[in-house]
Design a protein around this ligand. Structure first.
Ligand SMILES: *[C@@H]1O[C@H](CO)[C@@H](O)[C@H](O)[C@H]1NC(C)=O
Ligand SMILES: *[C@@H]1O[C@H](CO)[C@@H](O)[C@H](O)[C@H]1NC(C)=O
Ligand SMILES: *[C@@H]1O[C@H](CO)[C@@H](O)[C@H](O)[C@H]1NC(C)=O
Ligand SMILES: *[C@@H]1O[C@H](CO)[C@@H](O)[C@H](O)[C@H]1NC(C)=O
Ligand SMILES: *[C@@H]1O[C@H](CO)[C@@H](O)[C@H](O)[C@H]1NC(C)=O
Length: 834
């Protein structure tokens, strides 16, 4: 955000959002600090470390450690750190959302009466607390998206007062937890820019269920029971059916909310009276003059069958959803966990949010209504404040420098963090061997095997054995400056990604596997096997790997411009032109076509999606992440996979049904990517109305009506030539055909995309040969011409021109295509049989 260009390789490995079983979320950053305490304290399994250790994170003009002699307190509240001047904690973090939890429990220490302390707390970008005074124990929870590699928490005493804090948490949040553009509650339109919003948890409520404590929540959250918020307690009953909760892949997960939340609800107590008609209402206190983010959690644990529960949802007496039928959202799963996000239409005028549910007036057979959970979060205002006051974000920075000059020693502690790192990150890797400093730093010469991408691109340059890609751990450390946190450029289920630099100046992306990732090892191996054998300018190149000390490190060419997805939505990057988008589609189609057409034994990527298409400095597309790839059915006739893998929203429905894998599954996923590129929205967006949730369905609906232009990315309005859009739409539609046999091959898709590009550029006479630069296919395997959709008078010329070009190049391809494929595949088959 702001003017900051954040180093683009936000390539979050797909593994985190796969359909397969989730192994529990492991936060990348997990700082838990017991302020003022000389000892570590374990609170329900979480270790709050002594801030003696944490003192390396702190720059402060004064250090006062306070201990109380209260015996009743939970341990982390027994001690505190008092700040008499502006003081700052600096946490080295991976970019992305983090919880910031501040624990306060005032007590008297010497002449410091903490109950009368007045102070502000801010990050580099947002004011969290302004002129804050705390009389009794409280925990403040925030969710901040950090765009840099550091999160600063600054404590600023007001006037002559002082500041204090008893304990601190800075913990990573899964990327998927807060995303999308929520609708406004009760007014039209959507709120844009949620991802850069700082949020403060105001209420987090488990309707009809017990208090949930951090040890019962994968993200260590607290959920309160709802009785104190109910306006009329006698109108409801509590229902509990925790065992029936179904986490449907692609929707809510246990990280969204635990089973105890979905498995309990407050239900309208209609006493089986079919004429019951009243609302159940909750009132929540809020601070006026802010907008609020509302997340409703639903799970139909009360119905006996589908389509029995229809109810209305109101916020502040405005209809938000009418005739809500949960089963219809969740592909007819009864007790599926489901969330709906809203933002209040404007800053609140009053200090209350009123939420009601009531029976539908249309479907009156079973008059009832439920709510399972609700989160209410305050959103920062346009000044970046979550708390009004005179204190503004950033304002304090200059003051600090003035006041504390000379007192802050060695403020540039950055690189130290990686070594002294506290809390979870440390624990995460503590099983690993320490840096093997004594080891030789010699490199195995990779460049001779063509490891860095050569200018004429494409092809299998060498079928060297895997070991020639092996890189010593010491060299990896050197390239990443010992995994300097400042070089972290992304994080995902697989682990962290760092930017690194090799001896010869080649920029690389270093993906360091998380040893806790259970599936990691198989995918690590597949990826090495695939990438070390296949080289193509539209497949991301593997430069090497390291498996010393049980490390799982992969080293790739660095892709300056990150994922295709990040250029489509959610990250505020400038939008791509239609031509750029077509070229990206063409490039990735080439990469896939190459994979599919190897010597009659295709390789199926299995996880084609916009997050796995990376862009280099010239926005040239390369397909990445081969962790799930498989060789095709010709080899593996009998292979019927029981574990359907892939990413939700991109999954071929036929593969889902029959669990038989063909390359046409990739074609389907690619079709979804095409519409994602056209519409610039997530493939699944649960915040949208039912018919819009799934992009593939939504786009097909408009494509079939011939009105695709209604749903295209607004920034493309008036910029796409109708013919080009029609061609593109038809091609996408064919890709999304229900049955694989009806879908085109990647080669056909490629041809049609090139045609769509030509229609856009209007070079359709066939004599204009300047297209060599934009549609360079040198070294490509020959395309098959299936005449797919190749009607209409203009297409003939193009077809001829193209065909001529292919014929010229076929010869240069021959000597490359046959070389290695059989070897490659026989190796793969062997490894399959484990
Ligand atoms: C506290 O925990 C940290 C990190 O786990 C560890 O390095 C340190 O030795 C512990 N300190 C004490 C006093 O146990
Ligand atoms: C215990 O607290 C009281 C005030 O609350 C204080 O006067 C006393 O010094 C404290 N004792 C210790 C050992 O800190
Ligand atoms: C919380 O977890 C503990 C075990 O860790 C379990 O005994 C308890 O029943 C759980 N409580 C709730 C409300 O789920
Ligand atoms: C439920 O609340 C809404 C909004 O306040 C109101 O319009 C509606 O009439 C209420 N329904 C009943 C049955 O009271
Ligand atoms: C919240 O703060 C960010 C700055 O970090 C700002 O860009 C954004 O506009 C603010 N939100 C609102 C609703 O003003």
């Amino acid at each position: 955000m702001g003017g900051e260009k954040f180093g683009f390789f936000i390539w979050v490995s797909s593994i985190s959002c796969l359909i397969c079983l989730c192994h529990g979320y492991v936060p990348v950053n997990n700082y838990l600090i017991n302020c003022g305490s000389p000892t570590n304290i374990t609170v329900t399994g979480r270790v709050f470390i002594s801030d003696k250790l944490a003192s390396t994170l702190l720059t402060s003009p004064s250090e006062i450690l306070a201990a109380s002699n209260r015996s009743s307190d939970s341990d982390i509240y027994k001690t505190a750190r008092i700040f008499t001047g502006i003081s700052k904690y600096t946490f080295s973090v991976a970019r992305g959302r983090h919880w910031v939890r501040l624990h306060f429990s005032p007590f008297q220490f010497k002449n410091f009466e903490m109950g009368s302390a007045k102070f502000s707390v801010s990050s580099q970008t947002h004011v969290l607390l302004s002129d804050f005074t705390v009389k009794s124990r409280v925990m403040k929870e925030y969710s901040l998206n950090v765009a840099t590699s550091h999160l600063e928490l600054m404590f600023t005493p007001s006037g002559d007062s002082f500041a204090f804090v008893n304990a601190l948490e800075v913990v990573s949040i899964p990327d998927t937890l807060i995303s999308g553009d929520p609708s406004f509650a009760g007014s039209p339109g959507r709120f844009q820019g949620l991802s850069w919003q700082a949020l403060e948890t105001v209420h987090r409520v488990n309707m009809g269920g017990p208090r949930v404590t951090p040890n019962n929540d994968t993200l260590s959250r607290i959920w309160e029971p709802d009785s104190e918020f109910l306006v009329e307690k006698n109108l409801v009953k509590s229902v509990s059916k925790i065992a029936s909760v179904d986490y449907v892949p692609g929707y809510a997960t246990e990280d969204t909310a635990p089973r105890t939340v979905y498995g309990t609800c407050t239900e309208m107590n209609s006493a089986d009276n079919p004429s019951s008609n009243f609302n159940v209402t909750w009132d929540f206190d809020v601070v006026p003059d802010f907008q609020y983010f509302l997340r409703f959690h639903f799970c139909d644990i009360v119905s006996k069958a589908l389509n029995q529960l229809y109810f209305n949802l109101y916020v502040d007496a405005m209809m938000v959803v009418e005739n809500l039928d949960l089963s219809s959202y969740l592909s007819n799963t009864l007790a599926g966990a489901y969330t709906m996000d809203y933002v209040t239409g404007s800053a609140k005028q009053n200090n209350r949010i009123r939420v009601s549910i009531g029976p539908s007036t249309v479907h009156t057979d079973y008059p009832t209504a439920i709510l399972n959970g609700l989160e209410i979060m305050k959103m920062n205002n346009s000044k970046g404040q979550l708390s009004m006051g005179t204190f503004l974000p950033g304002a304090s920075n200059s003051t600090t420098k003035k006041k504390n000059i000379g007192m802050i020693v060695g403020a540039t502690v950055g690189p130290l963090f990686a070594l002294v790192v506290l809390g979870g990150f440390f624990l995460l890797f503590k099983k690993r061997g320490r840096g093997q400093d004594g080891q030789s730093k010699t490199w195995i010469p990779l460049s001779t095997s063509g490891a860095t991408s050569d200018s004429n691109g494409t092809t299998i340059t060498s079928v060297t054995s895997n070991s020639s890609y092996r890189i010593p751990f010491a060299a990896v450390k050197e390239a990443t400056n010992s995994f300097d946190e400042n070089r972290a450029i992304g994080v995902g289920g697989f682990g962290k990604v760092y930017k690194g630099e090799l001896h010869d100046g080649t920029q690389v992306a270093v993906k360091r596997g998380n040893p806790k990732s259970q599936q990691g090892l198989a995918e690590f191996r597949t990826e090495i096997e695939m990438l070390s054998q296949f080289r193509h300018r539209h497949l991301v190149s593997l430069i090497g790997y390291c498996d010393e000390n049980n490390e799982m490190i992969l080293i790739y060419e660095y892709m300056e411009n990150g994922t295709l997805k990040s250029h489509l939505y959610g990250s505020g990057l400038p939008s791509l032109s239609w031509k750029q988008r077509l070229e990206i589609c063409i490039g990735s189609a080439r990469g896939l076509h190459y994979l599919h057409t190897g010597d009659s034994k295709p390789v199926i990527h299995r996880d084609v999606k916009s997050a796995n298409i990376l862009l280099d400095e010239n926005l040239m597309a390369k397909v990445a992440d081969f962790g799930l790839s498989k060789t095709g059915p010709e080899i593996d006739q009998t292979h019927v996979s029981t574990a359907v893998k892939g990413s939700f929203g991109y999954l071929d429905p036929e593969y889902f049904r029959r669990q038989q894998l063909t390359e046409k599954s990739d074609v389907y996923s690619f079709g979804v990517v095409m519409f994602e590129v056209l519409c610039a929205r997530p493939v699944i967006d649960p915040t949208l109305t039912r018919e819009m949730v799934n992009l593939a369905e939504w786009a097909m609906k408009w494509q079939k009506k011939g009105q695709l232009e209604h749903i295209i990315d607004p920034s493309l309005h008036g910029k796409i030539r109708p013919d080009s859009l029609r061609k593109f739409g038809e091609t996408g539609e064919k890709c999304l055909a229900d049955f694989g046999v009806d879908r085109p091959s990647m080669g056909d898709v490629l041809w049609n995309l090139e045609y769509a590009l030509q229609l856009q550029e209007a070079v359709i006479d066939g004599d204009d040969q300047e297209d060599d630069n934009s549609t360079n296919i040198i070294g490509e395997l020959p395309l098959r011409f299936n005449d797919f959709n190749n009607r209409g008078d203009t297409s003939v010329n193009v077809g001829v021109a193209r065909e001529r070009q292919f014929q010229e190049e076929e010869s240069s391809v021959d000597d490359l295509s046959g070389v290695s494929m059989s070897k490659v595949f026989s190796q793969l088959v062997k490894s399959e049989g484990r």
